[in-house]
Design a protein around this ligand. Structure first.
Ligand code: NI
Length: 168
């Protein structure tokens, strides 16, 4: 396995809707394993294809404390959303150090294929539901900053620029 470079804003690949995965082969499984390793190393709880420069419909998630419950999502789609909306803070490895309160449905059902092309379904609420929505947004070219006002978005981008200057 190997660590992949994480793509950050404003790289245009992050704003581009991804292509569906058609091939379920060793290359796909290796890519998903590399994405998991990259996510654990970051550290993060979710990572989507475009964030490692791959404009394809795939993502990985692990919200467990022990980092031993990896989920490999290929061609995922949300098939049900709860009416209940909840607000919670989100961050993103493509906007390092930045956070914002985002309103999303509290629960979702997601259909996807696993790394062998087998159909799977997750019924999730709480953090897992939030993480699934955040990662599936990435596959449609949507960042968490697209869910907040332009005023708040400008504030996040200014803070990110400041952070980069400090780290340079
Ligand atoms: Ni993200």
């Amino acid at each position: 396995m190997s660590l992949l470079p994480i793509i950050e804003v404003p790289d245009p690949i992050l704003k581009r809707p991804t292509d569906r995965v058609e091939q379920y082969d060793d290359d796909l499984r290796r890519l998903l394993d590399d994405m998991l390793e990259t996510m654990y190393d970051a550290p993060g709880i979710g990572l989507a294809g475009p964030q490692v420069g791959v404009s394809r419909r795939l993502a990985v998630i692990d919200i467990s404390e022990e980092k031993n419950e990896p989920v490999r999502l290929v061609n995922p789609s949300i098939v049900w959303r709860s009416d209940t909306i909840v607000q919670a803070e989100e961050g993103c490895l493509s906007l390092p150090g930045q956070y914002a309160d985002i309103r999303r449905p509290d629960a979702v059902h997601v259909c996807y294929l696993d790394e062998y092309g087998r159909e799977q379904r997750i019924e999730a609420d709480g953090l897992l539901a939030r993480c699934l929505q955040h990662e599936i947004d990435h596959l449609d070219g949507i960042l968490f900053t697209d869910h907040i006002s332009s005023l708040k978005r400008n504030m996040v981008m200014r803070k990110l620029a400041k952070r980069r200057k400090l780290n340079a």
